[in-house]
Design a binder for this molecule. Structure first.
Ligand SMILES: [Zn+2]
Length: 157
């Protein structure tokens, strides 16, 4: 381990005899060096990153930390994608039962506009959406109320 910290320390202790040097080195090592719990590389304790991995806190090196961050981001993205795919399949099956014609692309657009399944699974809703599909999302959201809003209108109306 050739780091500036180590060399500085070494210059101070090199006057000591061998046994003491070893003792000093061990002491320096145990207070300044940590093992990365992922790649097992020896790293300077002050450069170790505390990584909170849901269940426990690990002390890891910067490289592993960056890798971990990247992995967890990819994982989230994948989860989102499969969630949307599952929802699309479910919607398509239910829409078939209702005998409504609507393409995957339009369903995905409605999902991305944050409409809920209860909103989408409604023949009148889909008809309105088809009619206004060329409008901007903002306009459509104005024209096609969300289920909650319809309920609110009924309650307050
Ligand atoms: Zn590491």
């Amino acid at each position: 381990m050739k780091t500036k910290d180590f060399m500085e320390n070494y210059i101070i202790i090199k006057e000591l005899d061998d046994e003491e040097i070893i003792k000093e080195l061990r002491r320096w090592y145990s207070t300044n060096i940590t093992e990365c719990s992922l790649c097992n590389k020896m790293i300077l304790t002050k450069e170790a990153v505390e990584y909170n991995n849901k269940e426990f806190i690990k002390r890891i090196c910067k490289r592993c930390y960056e890798k971990e961050l990247e992995n967890s981001e990819n994982e989230n993205e994948l989860n989102n994608e499969t969630e949307i795919e599952k929802r699309l399949e479910r919607l398509k099956n239910l829409i078939k039962v209702l005998e409504i014609e609507v393409s995957d692309g339009k369903l995905l657009r409605l999902i991305s506009m944050e409409y809920k399944d209860v909103d989408i699974l409604n023949a009148d809703f889909i008809k309105l959406f088809q009619k206004y599909k060329n409008e901007a999302d903002k306009e459509i959201k104005f024209i096609l109320p969300f289920e909650n809003e319809i309920e609110n209108l009924l309650i307050n109306g």
